[in-house]
Design a protein. Sequence first.
Length: 312
Amino acid sequence: GQLGQQLRRPVGGLLALLGQFVAMPLLAFLLALLFALDEVAAVAVLLCGCCPGGNLSNLMSVLVDGDMNLSIIMTASSTLLALFLMPLCLWVYSRHWINTALVQLLPLGAVSLTLGSTLLPIGLGVLIRYRHPRAADLLVKISLWSLLVTLVILFILTGTMLGPDLMAHIPASVYAIAVLMPLAGYALGYGLATVFKMPPHCRRTVSLETGCQNVQLCTAILKLTFPPQLIGSMYMFPLLYALFQSAEAGLFVLVYKMYGRDSYKQDTLGEEEDTDISYKKLKEEEAADTSYGTVTTEEHSSVPMEPTQTAL
């Protein structure tokens, strides 16, 4: 139903195109110029800016009562577009720093593989959501916590393996960009959605969708493309970006939970196309629980598992 509506109105795909392949690469380029980065750091920042949307945005959209269908369509379309537009954006913007033809630089096979592995869970998500919306919401909760845990583990492992000396080698300007880039991305996304006169819950979705990049892809390309001695501490940039993008999205969610919920209730009551109110109430109660921490969510998620399995 709603997913079909979104597909018929291709604004999601258009916003993904504008956000991920116009706004973000340009933002990365301008930040790299502004902070006068060297070639290696500039390429790492550009690479991150040219990446399509990541899965984090889908999970965060749930927490700010965003439009899940729009979020999934934006991630999927930016991932598909990335196959053509990512090399193009990199080629256009990196020429200021590197003179090689970037087509040689990008391992297209690896890029396609990584993008494919992103599309697969999104496709499954769409299918489950279409058939069993309740089960989909539960799955999203479980995957949200597992994603946050894996991010923390990944960061700790990388930090301990590569050591504090590597962290110390990262210039302050790169830290500044890792903080500013997701923030600016979220703001740009919100601005874009406002220009398109979208309702508030869609604006929040587009905002998260624009600021969250597919950091795993960025890391994979850095590892596969550049020799370690050349790229050095810049391996850490996608991880720094991931850390700040998650922390800032977390703050976004927190502020929304504290101040935005009343306006959300008014929004949804005015929307006739949304699901029935009893289901919304249930979802709101569950969403409220997630803000209290992991333990309560685990307890809640273990209870509704049985009925969803029988439904399948």
